[in-house]
Ligand binder design. Structure first.
Ligand code: NAP
Ligand code: MG
Length: 456
């Protein structure tokens, strides 16, 4: 095997060297998962639940170490990383409740008894990005294991370290050998081998819409089940009757969180014209208060971007003549070699501008003015994406009307939150197929079997 150098983006320095797998290692991992499947599906629902709870406890014991590792490798503030590890633990605990609740139906029919069962799929392939490595892994791993599947997990090459820890911790917690297998290698080699592999029943993918497109096409060759969590260009709609201070205080976190490398980033801030000046003044106070710096420093609010490539891509959205209305501070100069980019607000923007149309995946927000509800909804829906979004208003009827009219999988009113363990998460339009979290996710890790028994 060749070697993979794992980079710490706040220092632009190698933090670990690990073996780098190829297609052969994927085949071996699939074979291990296939061999482990009959045993794992036969574990009683109560015992499977107990093992998931033990895994959650073991991850909780390791929470601080995992948070520090993720903070360094993904360049995220340590406080955020702790929050993410908390959600990881919560996700395994939540799905520990599932094995004993995977209910079927009995259906009245003529001549006998009819019933349905929720059967595991077999070996499932999980392909995960670098922005929320262990959290997104848990959204897939926990329901997959709960439903009785075995797993081959391919983390992103940029951030493989917590996935390797998960593999070790799962074994120690008693998850049987072969049930959870991690393969670290390039997406173009290891990811695509997993997608084409005839012994893999399903691919659960989170990443870019471009790669997701290729995965959906390649998976068709073996009629694999596919769920896709893809990109976004979500709208944060602020009506003039809203609590503008609250909306402006919350807006920076909703687009600059994780340095803007968040599929849920509300990167188009739509502001009703009469509120524009007051909102921008409050937004400026909030943005310039963000402390950008060392991810391990407790007071840090935003870290670096993940890579030099991302830095260049994000920079292309802010050319010299861009209408920069607000720019925060970020480390710079030869003493700060990390991949730093300041939180940046472009205003006023049109929804037709490139920065308003493409997913930037960096700390750049576009403020787009609008006149009235109809125009707000038209602009918000004028995108190929449909992942998240928010509406800020004190008018309850308008809030309900607008939430129904928006073409998006997740929407919040007077809040910018997107994700809870117990509620479904996923995209409309080109933001994806299927749902993660909540009870809905289990549908995507099981097939329905119908059984008829003649009694007459
Ligand atoms: P990406 O380039 O699509 O990569 C995602 C994963 O797919 C990585 O593990 C990557 O491996 C692998 N991969 C790359 N090419 C592949 C191929 N041909 N076949 C199979 N697997 C392949 O995305 P990213 O740049 O890491 O992440 C950013 C994107 O993810 C954004 O568009 C963001 O919106 C999206 N995202 C969506 C959600 C959501 O829940 N909707 C959440 C987070 C992120 P390597 O990188 O190791 O090569
Ligand atoms: Mg990529």
């Amino acid at each position: 095997m060749s070697t993979l150098q794992v980079i710490e983006p706040s220092k632009a320095k190698v933090m670990a060297e690990i073996p780098r797998a190829g297609a052969e290692e994927v085949d071996a991992a699939v074979a291990r998962a296939k061999a482990a499947f009959p045993g794992w599906r036969a574990v009683s629902p109560g015992d499977r639940a107990a093992l998931l709870r033990r895994l959650a406890d073991a991850l909780e014991d390791a929470l601080e170490d995992l948070a520090r590792l993720e903070a360094r490798n993904a360049g995220k503030p340590i406080g955020d990383a702790r929050g993410e590890m908390g959600m990881v633990v919560e996700t395994y605990r939540y799905y520990a409740g599932a094995p004993e609740r995977l209910l079927g139906h009995t259906i009245p029919v003529a001549g006998g008894v009819d019933m349905t069962f929720r059967e595991p799929l077999g070996v499932v392939g999980l392909i995960v990005p670098w922005n929320f490595p262990l959290v997104i892994t848990s959204w897939k791993c926990a329901p997959a294991l709960a439903a009785g599947n075995t797993i081959v997990l391919k983390p992103a090459e940029l951030t493989p370290l917590t996935a390797l820890e998960l593999e070790r911790i799962a074994l120690e917690a008693g998850i049987p050998e072969g049930v959870l297998n991690v393969v670290v290698g390039p997406g173009s080699v290891c990811g695509s081998r997993l997608v084409e592999h005839p012994d893999v029943a399903k691919i659960a993918f989170t990443g870019s819409t471009e790669v997701g497109c290729g995965i959906a096409a390649a998976a068709a060759g073996t009629i694999k089940r596919v769920t896709l969590e893809l990109g976004g260009k979500s709208a944060n709609i602020v009506f003039a009757d809203a609590d503008l201070e609250a909306a402006a205080a919350s807006a920076p976190g909703a687009v600059f969180g994780n340095s803007g490398q968040d599929c849920c980033a509300r990167s188009r801030i739509l502001v009703e014209r009469p509120a524009m000046d007051d909102f921008m003044a409050a937004l400026e106070r909030a943005v310039t208060a963000i402390k950008v710096g060392d991810p391990l420093e407790e007071s840090t609010g935003m870290g670096p971007l993940i890579s030099a490539g991302r830095l260049e891509a994000v920079g292309s959205f802010v050319p010299d003549d861009a209408p920069v209305a607000i720019r925060g501070a970020a480390p710079s100069g030869p003493d700060n070699p990390g991949y730093w980019f300041p939180p940046t607000v472009l205003a006023p923007m049109s929804n037709d501008d490139r920065a308003s149309r493409e997913e930037i995946f960096g700390p750049v927000a576009c403020v787009i003015p609008f006149d009235g509800e109809e125009e707000a909804l038209r602009i918000a829906n004028d995108t190929i994406y449909g992942l998240s979004g928010s509406i800020w208003t004190r008018d309850g009827a308008r809030a309900l009307r607008a939430t129904r009219a928006l073409e998006t999988g997740v929407i919040s009113v007077n809040s910018n939150s997107s994700v809870r363990v117990s509620t479904p998460f996923g995209g409309f339009k080109q933001s994806g197929v299927g749902r993660e979290l909540g009870p809905d996710a289990l549908d995507h890790y099981t097939d329905v079997k119908n059984v008829f028994v003649a009694t007459d």
